[in-house]
Design a protein around this ligand. Structure first.
Ligand code: PGA
Length: 255
């Protein structure tokens, strides 16, 4: 099975939650619970928590990510954070193109592409988010939407660079709503994304490419989703703030 070629990646997305002191508490609760994970474990945390979380995860199996990154290396961009700033702190991953950034902060496919480029140039691993809105699903343009988002974001990315990228399929209607896509719905789109990678690059690249699902994944539904052939992990919002639930998802991905 091709799935055996891929190591699952479970990434927490803390969003705008946790002060540094609260982050310290959360990460120390998570550490022992995921210590024997047989999958990649990542926590993507607010900028102000990065320094503590990076330090605290040194020597553990937890990898650390940021939740966004600007496309320029430096300059007059008040309030923004660049990729070299993140790598200088020891950050390894970065979430790019999350639907909350697209919806509330004017993120477009073009700025997503620029951020992916900047992240790769600096040696960060992008967790690239794609997903359709409820309206797009109802109009039956889910696959078109995913194809456009994916193709634009990956334009200019070489097959070698692709090794550093993960795509998270996150149907917008499932994020933070408690409405999970069914295992079949999620797998269908993940499979489609893998097909796009095969078309754009090669079958070999597609076989080893990690495609996560995200959107109300939790301790109860993770095992079913993760058992699907094309679901190689998850991007977890709400449940990543609850150590026992997050650990349960990590365990489901470790099977
Ligand atoms: P959720 O968020 O798990 O709370 O739905 C997922 C995400 O936004 O990445």
């Amino acid at each position: 099975m091709n799935k055996a070629l891929r190591k699952a990646v479970i990434a927490g997305n803390w969003k705008m939650n946790k002060t540094p002191a609260e982050a310290a508490e959360l990460v120390s609760a998570i550490k022992p619970l995921v210590a024997d994970a047989d999958c990649e474990v990542v926590v993507c945390v607010p900028y102000v928590d990065l320094q503590y979380v990076v330090e605290s995860c040194k020597g553990t199996n937890i990898h650390v990510g940021a939740e966004n990154v600007h496309w320029e290396e430096s300059g007059a961009f008040t309030g923004e954070i660049s990729a070299p700033m993140l790598t200088a702190m020891g950050v390894e991953y970065v979430v790019i193109g999350h639907s909350e950034r697209r919806t509330y902060f004017g993120e477009t496919d073009d700025t997503v592409q620029m951020r992916v480029r900047a992240a790769l140039n600096a040696g960060l691993k992008p967790i690239l988010c794609v997903g359709e809105t409820l309206e797009q699903r109802e109009k039956d343009i889910t696959f078109e939407t995913i194809a456009i988002q994916t193709k634009i974001a990956l334009s200019g990315v070489s097959e070698e660079e692709l090794d550093s990228i993960i795509i998270a399929y996150e149907p917008v209607w499932a994020i933070g709503t408690g409405k999970t896509a069914t295992d079949e719905q999620a797998n269908e789109v993940n499979h489609f994304i893998r097909g796009l990678i095969a078309d754009l690059y090669s079958k070999e690249a597609a076989d080893k490419f990690v495609v996560q699902y995200g959107g109300s994944m939790n301790a109860g539904n993770a095992a079913g989703l993760l058992a699907k052939e094309d679901i190689d992990g998850g991007l977890i919002g709400g449940a990543s703030l609850k150590p026992a639930d997050f650990a349960e998802i990590v365990k489901a991905a470790s099977k």
